[in-house]
Ligand binder design. Structure first.
Ligand code: DAU
Length: 349
C-alpha cells in the first residue's frame, strides 16, 4: 500500500498516521498538509524519522502539487482527512470551507481518477462526518447511512457537497471509493477550540468554560484512536461506493461532558458559564453503526470514562503543546469572533 494521507498534521489525521505506520502492509505513507492554524507539525514530528514516511507541506487544492505527489510516490491509496472542520468558524469565514472541503476534495478525486486510468489506483477513503445528516432534534431516532443529507451550517454543507462529489466519482468514473461518517471525536492533540479541549485548557487556566444554550445538546463521543481503526478497516475492507457510519455509542449531553471534565481535573462547577446559543445549533446527533460492525468487524474499544481520563491526562502532561496555541493571539481571535457571534454573551432570562 502506497498511501497518501491528507491533513495528517491535524487531530484525527495524525492519529491515523500512527495507526497506518504500525502496519507492515503499508509500504509508504505521504502526508500532504498545508499546516493551517489547526495542522500542527508537532503532531507528527516523531514520525519524520521513519524511512517509510514523508511530510509534504502544501494545499490539497493545488492540482499541480497533488499530481506531482501522485506521480513521484506512485500513490495507490488515499485517506482524505484534510478539512476545515470547526462549525463556529464556518459561521464567519465560510469561504475557506468551500475551498478546502469541496475544491480540495475535487482535486484529489481527479488525481485518483488519473492514476486509476493508468491502472494503478486501488482505494480512496473519504473521511466525513455525522453532521451531514443534519439534526435529530428530540425525536429519539438515529442517523442511518440511508438517511438523506440535510446539513444545517456552512461547515456541514461543505462536507455534504464533498461527500456527494466523492460518491459521484464512483458512479461516473468507477473510482473505488469508500466514505466514513463518524461522530464527535475526542482525545489527545485536538485543537483547543472544540468543546472538550477548550473546556480542559480553560479549566487548567482556571478560566470560565462557555456552555452554549441550555447545555442539553447531545453528541455521541468517539475516541480518536477508535475512529482511526475504523477508517483503516473501511479502507481495507469497505465495499466501493459504500458509506460506513462510525459512532462512539457514547451519547452525552454537553453539560454532562463538561461536568465530567471538571471533576476529572478537580475543578469547581462554578467555572461553568452559560452563554448565548450557537446560531443553527444542531440539537442531537446519533449514529446507527451496525453496517461497520457487521461488514468491517469494527467496534469502538475505548469506553467514554477511559477515553476522557486519557484525554485529560494528555493535556495535563503536554502543557507546552496547548500553551503554544492558547496564546494572546488565540484570545484576541476569540474575543473578536465569538463576541460578534454572541457566543460570549450571557443569555438574558
Ligand atoms: O459530529 C461530528 C462533528 O463534531 C465534526 O464533524 C466537527 O468537525 C466537529 O467540530 C464536531 O462538531 P460539533 O459542533 O459537535 O463540535 P464542537 O466541539 O464545536 O461542539 C460540541 C458541542 O458543544 C456542540 O453542541 C456545541 C457545544 N459547545 C461547543 C463549544 C466550542 C459549547 O457548548 N461550548 C463551546 O465553547
Amino acid at each position: 500500500m502506497r498511501l497518501l494521507v491528507t491533513g495528517g498534521c491535524g487531530f484525527i489525521g495524525s492519529a491515523f498516521l500512527r495507526a497506518a505506520l504500525s502496519r507492515s502492509s503499508v509500504e509508504r505513507v505521504v502526508n500532504l498538509d498545508v499546516l493551517s492554524y489547526s495542522g500542527r507539525r508537532e503532531n507528527q514530528s516523531e514520525l519524520e524519522r521513519e524511512a517509510r514516511y514523508r511530510l509534504v507541506v502544501g494545499d490539497i487544492a493545488d492540482a499541480a502539487l497533488v499530481a506531482r505527489v501522485f506521480q513521484e510516490e506512485k500513490i495507490d491509496h488515499v485517506a482524505h482527512f484534510a478539512a476545515e472542520s470547526h462549525v463556529d468558524r464556518s459561521l464567519f469565514a465560510a469561504q475557506a470551507f468551500v475551498h478546502t472541503n469541496v475544491l480540495g476534495t475535487l482535486v484529489l478525486l481527479e488525481a485518483a481518477r488519473g492514476a486509476r486510468e493508468k491502472g494503478r489506483f486501488e482505494r480512496f477513503l473519504h473521511v466525513s462526518t455525522d453532521e451531514v445528516y443534519g439534526d435529530l432534534g428530540d425525536t429519539g431516532d438515529v442517523f442511518r447511512e440511508t438517511t438523506p443529507l440535510s446539513p444545517r451550517n456552512p461547515y456541514s454543507a461543505s462536507k455534504a457537497g464533498a461527500d456527494l462529489l466523492a460518491l459521484s466519482y464512483v458512479k461516473t468514473h468507477g473510482l473505488p471509493l469508500v466514505v466514513t461518517r463518524s461522530s464527535n471525536n475526542y482525545g489527545p492533540r485536538q485543537f483547543p477550540e472544540k468543546l472538550m479541549p477548550l473546556v480542559v485548557t480553560n479549566a487548567l487556566m482556571d478560566r470560565q468554560v462557555p456552555v452554549y444554550g441550555d447545555g442539553k445538546n447531545v453528541r455521541d463521543w468517539l475516541f480518536v484512536e477508535d475512529n482511526a481503526q475504523g477508517i483503516f478497516a473501511a479502507m481495507e475492507r469497505g465495499r466501493p461506493g459504500e458509506v460506513y457510519n462510525l459512532g462512539g455509542e457514547n451519547e452525552r449531553e454537553n453539560l454532562t461532558v463538561v461536568r465530567a471534565i471538571l471533576a476529572a481535573l478537580g475543578k469547581p462547577e462554578s467555572l461553568i458559564q452559560f452563554v448565548k446559543d450557537r446560531p443553527g445549533h444542531d440539537r442531537r446527533y446519533a449514529l446507527d453503526s451496525r453496517r461497520a460492525h457487521g461488514e468491517l468487524g469494527w467496534k469502538p474499544a475505548v469506553t467514554f470514562e477511559e477515553g476522557l481520563a486519557r484525554t485529560v491526562a494528555w493535556y495535563r502532561a503536554n502543557e507546552p503543546w496547548w500553551r503554544a496555541i492558547r496564546d494572546d493571539s488565540f484570545d484576541a481571535y476569540y474575543e473578536r469572533h465569538y463576541g460578534k457571534l454572541g457566543l460570549k454573551e450571557q443569555p438574558t432570562a
